[in-house]
Design a protein around this ligand. Structure first.
Ligand code: ZN
Length: 220
């Protein structure tokens, strides 16, 4: 028994928890504080910009900003995340600029896919995830999620985001992978927007290549 436990520790726990950082506080939808090797560091998520919720100018804070903040709080508070950098490691305010991963899922992409943020390119396009960001944004916009829902006022910084035309190609070109069951769904499936369905594939082959199998219900 002891031997098995030891093996489990060596095989899984050590590599699995390598470079994992505890989230100390969620500041708003796109900013968190973490314990970075014993030092408190502020992380600004790369290529996302959620609506404001704690801006000193209160007029800039919106209901959507509060909701985006709550979403990030719900997902990341107290969790262990990993970081991935892309170009400059620090921004002009000294904050670390990074992609944040939770259980190996890119949370920056998740925010865009759920419509809490546009694909934000004011400070440059994503070098590592440009295409996934575009797909995620297309999905959110077509689905009318959150910042893309029609009654939502569109803050000026989102107007520059590249908008896809509503074509059937885009809608049917997306598949969602369930990160826990490793099944993938087409847009018509009732599980397409399931909570764990955060992995986006641009094609069926991409999903298969990533080790996902087609859902039996929607058989994409
Ligand atoms: Zn399905």
């Amino acid at each position: 028994m002891k031997k098995i436990l030891f093996l489990v520790l060596v095989v899984c726990v050590l590599p699995c928890f390598a470079e994992q950082y505890k989230v100390l506080r969620v500041i708003d939808g796109d900013t968190i504080d973490i314990d970075y090797n014993g030092k408190r560091e502020r992380i600004r998520f790369l290529n996302v910009d959620t609506p404001e919720s704690v801006h000193p100018d209160k007029h800039r804070n919106t209901r959507l900003g509060k909701q985006a903040s709550n979403y990030t709080k719900k997902r990341l508070s107290g969790k262990y995340i990993s970081l991935e950098f892309d170009g400059d490691k620090r921004g002009k305010y000294g904050r670390l600029l990074a992609y944040v991963s939770l259980d190996k899922n890119n949370f920056n992409l998740e925010l865009v896919q759920k419509g809490w943020s546009p694909y934000y390119t004011k400070y440059g396009k994503s070098q590592k995830y440009h295409d996934p960001f575009i797909l995620a944004q297309n999905h959110a916009r077509l689905a009318g999620e959150n910042i893309w829902s029609s009654p939502a006022p569109m803050p000026p910084q989102y107007r520059a985001a590249t908008f896809p035309t509503k074509s059937k190609n885009i809608a049917t070109g997306l598949f969602h992978g369930n990160t826990s069951s490793h099944k993938f769904h087409g847009p018509e499936c009732r599980y397409f927007k399931c909570n764990a369905c955060t992995k986006i594939f641009s094609s069926k082959n991409a999903a298969l290549a990533a080790g996902y199998s087609p859902c039996l219900l929607c058989s994409p």
